[in-house]
Design a binder for this molecule. Structure first.
Ligand SMILES: *Cc1c(COP(=O)(O)O)cnc(C)c1O
Length: 412
């Protein structure tokens, strides 16, 4: 059954002809989604194992989130922050209590929230720490991914993300990930460091899971040197890794928390920065903002999205199902000559493919997975990320493991 007037080929050609080629999508044209499933324009059904880079933790078109979106859109969508609105205050109270911070600053996309955190750290350094004008420095990690703005790509180490985008924003130093000694060395060498920006698990780098205790130790050396510990949980947050926040594995409450993606469950772009008052109070009227940030629709959608996480116990589910998934995948890796290993936490996992004989193997596996009814995408040529919506059931996940196994076998 056709759901649009165009064929899949026509739709792909239109994107190729009229759209900038800044993505390289798998040849699947999606038209509809519900829970863990998406359907293409020909009506073929797939398990979605990308979940919009973990924006759709709550599942596609979650009725509670969609209702919040529709109801608030009909009532009042946007006023800007030139006026108060009836939804922002309750949202700010809700989200700060939910994550245990004094205050929040609302933005729209993940990159904007990261930019906000960087500005916050710099301003804090000048006004609270006493760093001299224009000397503030921020430490970031090797293989980081924090978004696509000019400043954020300034400290990316990925040549694809940076080439021909210079000149870059100064004031950032890259330290190795999962290496507290290297971090401490930088902190000791430079008294002008404002913050340390880190992903608790590196998502885009290929689900790089640091050692247990790394985040805690990094947090403690930051404290010792009076430096803000800034956690980018845009991808790891909101139950994806089997805890509400991935930092909770190490009992760390960051000084600055960055959220995005699943904060809206995929219904709307909503991001936020959370911090306590002694930090957040450095922002005064006019010094930072966003036209759409904190709009009533975003507020209602985010509350609904966070309520779903709690009501449906998605963190607990993600934790349990993650154990099951890795256990089963490990068995597959043991006997498969092309599946090297699986790593991850909760339902944020990656399969490492041995592509030594065939460079594009991971891509080809993903195309075949699609044909077999499961959508996933390779990152860094030989890594396939598996991150389904957290509303997936154990039975469905078992079904997916069978699809993955069958697909891998067809390449052996
Ligand atoms: C996706 C992502 C971002 C950027 O979010 P956008 O909404 O795409 O701007 C930032 N940080 C991390 C860790 C991400 O995964």
């Amino acid at each position: 059954m056709k759901n649009t007037n165009y064929t899949a080929i026509e739709l792909m050609n239109m994107e190729n002809e009229y759209g900038a080629h800044n993505y390289h999508p798998l040849p699947v044209v999606l038209d509809r989604g519900e829970g863990v499933f998406v359907w293409d324009v020909n009506g073929k059904k797939y398990y979605d194992f990308l979940a919009a880079y973990s924006a759709v933790n709550q599942g596609h078109c979650h009725p509670k989130i969609v209702d919040a979106l529709i109801e608030q859109s009909k009532r009042l969508a946007l006023t800007s922050r030139a006026f108060f609105n009836s939804k922002l205050g309750p949202y700010e109270k809700f989200i700060t209590e939910y994550f245990g911070f004094d205050m929040m600053l609302p933005m729209n996309t993940g990159a904007e929230a990261v930019e906000t955190a960087l500005k916050l750290a710099r301003k804090w350094a000048y006004e609270k720490k006493g760093v001299e004008k224009d000397q503030a420095h921020i430490l970031v990690c090797n293989d980081n991914f924090h978004g696509r703005t000019t400043t954020i790509v300034s400290f990316s180490v990925d040549p694809v993300a940076t080439e021909h985008y210079g000149p870059f924003t100064p004031g950032f130093t890259v330290v190795p990930y999962n290496d507290v000694e290297a971090l401490e060395k930088e902190l000791t060498a430079n008294p002008n460091i404002a913050g340390f920006l880190v992903e608790p698990i590196q998502g885009e780098a290929g689900v790089n899971v640091p050692d247990d205790g790394y985040l805690k130790a990094a947090y403690e050396v930051c404290k010792k040197h009076h430096v803000l510990f800034i956690a980018d949980e845009v991808q790891t947050g909101i139950a994806r890794t089997g805890k509400l926040l991935a930092c909770q594995y190490d009992d760390v409450q960051p000084d600055v928390l960055i959220l995005g993606k699943a904060l809206s469950g995929g219904a709307y772009p909503v991001s936020a920065v959370l911090a306590n008052k002694d930090i957040m109070e450095v922002f005064q009227p006019g010094q930072h903002g966003s036209t759409y940030g904190g709009n009533p629709v975003a507020a209602e959608v985010a509350i609904a999205a966070l309520q779903v996480v709690e009501e449906e116990k998605l963190a607990e589910k993600s934790y349990e199902l993650g154990l099951y998934f890795r256990e089963e995948m490990e068995k597959i890796c043991e006997r498969s000559p092309i599946a090297e290993k699986v790593r991850g936490k909760g339902l944020m996992n990656a399969l490492i493919i041995d592509n030594s004989d065939h460079k594009n193997l991971a891509w080809d596996v993903c195309v075949k997975l699609g044909e077999n009814g499961l959508l996933a995408k390779p990152t860094h040529t030989n890594i396939i990320r598996f991150a389904p919506p957290l509303v997936i059931t154990k039975e469905q996940l078992g079904d997916c493991i069978k699809i993955i196994e069958k697909t891998l076998r067809s390449f052996e």
